[in-house]
Write a protein that binds this ligand. Structure first.
Ligand code: GSH
Length: 265
């Protein structure tokens, strides 16, 4: 049996749901409310000591880290394959997904999401609860990042750095899609699954203007959304309150993001 601890709007959980959908696998879900601190309970921390989603439990054995889970699912359920054959092509998949772990998730995406939209969820809690939410982050650097982004939003220098990282990533994706139909080869792979939530996040934050002038990437995003897995693993789980917040605040902050991106291009 496959069990997934996840959250509807979590990028890392979305990519795992995409792989499960692409493979047509049945799974039992445990949906955790991140804002209510449900990833920080003693029971969940025993499964995932970092207190993050997703966590996969397969026949009682725990697998953590979304990119590791993607490879695990493809190893255990190889049909249909979600990695190309051949060591070099597989190395390309790993390189793409490693990049998310090396900062694109924790720095670039977490920063634009929090600075533009999610900070307002914390501010709405009131001063005491907001401070408690900041203090609940155990990693000191991440705690400081949360504090800075909640307090300063897009005025934080972190926002500028994050938008620049996005510019470089999107340029590299456009170049890769000039070589092959999908990110890491001529067939859909777990690299495409892994990046789908990130383009979607840009879209939700009204930052999709960053792919203007990138026709291959725009076409990739369309092809990704046309796959049945997008409905099953993404759309069905979207939280309307998050979507409304991201759209409203994204529209307000887009001129600044566009200005930083133009400088970085
Ligand atoms: N490297 C981890 C990162 C997981 C992660 O950061 N998950 C976020 C959601 S995308 C989370 O659970 N955050 C907990 C919180 O916001 O309280 C992975 O890829 O699984």
């Amino acid at each position: 049996m496959l069990e997934l601890y996840h959250n509807g709007m979590s990028s890392c959980a979305q990519k795992v749901r995409l792989a499960l959908a692409e493979k047509g696998l049945d799974w039992e879900g445990h949906h955790l409310d991140l804002r209510a601190g449900e990833t920080r309970t003693p029971q969940y921390l025993r499964l995932n000591p970092r207190g993050v989603v997703p966590t996969l439990v397969h026949d009682g054995r725990v697998v953590r880290e979304s990119n590791v889970i993607l490879e695990y699912l493809d190893d255990v359920f190889p049909d249909p394959p979600l990695r190309p054959g051949g060591a070099w092509a597989r190395a390309q998949v790993r390189l793409w997904n490693k990049r998310l772990d090396e900062g694109h998730h924790d720095i670039a995406t977490a920063t634009v999401s929090s600075a533009i939209a999610f900070r307002h969820q914390f501010l709405a809690l009131g001063e005491e609860a907001c401070e408690a939410a900041i203090a609940s982050v155990s990693d000191p650097e991440k705690r400081e990042q949360r504090r800075d982004l909640i307090r300063n939003g897009t005025a934080s220098p972190r926002f500028r750095t994050a938008v620049r990282m996005w510019v470089v990533l999107l340029r590299d994706m456009e170049a890769a899609l000039g070589e092959t139909a999908w990110l890491a080869g001529d067939s859909y792979s777990i690299a495409d699954a892994a990046y789908t939530p990130y383009l979607t996040r840009l879209d939700h934050l009204r930052m999709l203007g960053l792919i203007d002038g990138k026709p291959r990437l725009a076409d990739w995003y369309e092809r990704i959304r046309a796959r049945p897995s997008y409905e099953t693993a993404m759309t069905r789980w979207f939280d309307p309150k998050y979507l409304a917040l991201m759209a409203e605040k994204g529209d307000e902050e887009w001129p600044l993001a566009a200005e930083i991106a133009a400088e970085a291009a």
